[in-house]
Design a protein around this ligand. Structure first.
Ligand code: SF4
Ligand code: SF4
Length: 134
């Protein structure tokens, strides 16, 4: 299913299923996640099903399942507002819990990630990194 625009009625809650670390990374366009060759899981996922580098996890992991469109990003636009932000409907938390719009904590977190992405775009323009998400 194609990425879906987050609107005022979109609901999401993390179900702590770990699917994003086990499978979804494989499907991410241009993913640079280091995957375990045998299982296909992210190599940073430890035996307790937790990220072993949580504090240093890539930007894409910090915002998943939310993200701006690649087209907007290519233009240097990082707009995480409702109506612009996208969500991956393959995340089992899509459609669960309360409305994204009403989740102040989540909206604050997304604002921080948007700032981080803007910084990453600056670094790309300076030739210091090649991808804003990793
Ligand atoms: S796939 Fe979605 S619901 Fe599951 S852990 Fe990741 S973000 Fe949470
Ligand atoms: S880096 Fe960490 S958060 Fe990101 S996919 Fe791997 S285990 Fe999950």
């Amino acid at each position: 299913m194609a990425d879906t625009i987050v609107d005022g009625n979109t609901r999401w809650k993390c179900m702590l299923c770990g699917k994003c670390c086990r499978e979804i990374g494989r499907g991410l366009e241009g993913s640079r996640l280091e995957l375990d060759r045998k299982s296909g899981r992210c190599a940073k996922l430890n035996i307790k099903n937790m990220c072993s580098e949580y504090q240093r996890r890539p930007v894409i992991c910090q915002m998943y399942p939310f993200h701006p469109s690649r087209e907007a990003l290519a233009l240097g636009e990082v707009d995480f507002s409702i109506g612009k932000l996208l969500i991956d409907p393959a995340c089992p938390g899509f459609g669960q819990g309360g409305k994204v719009l009403d989740n102040k904590l989540l909206m604050e977190e997304l604002k921080k990630v948007a700032l981080l992405l803007e910084h990453r775009i600056d670094l790309i323009n300076q030739g210091k990194v090649v991808d804003a998400f990793f």
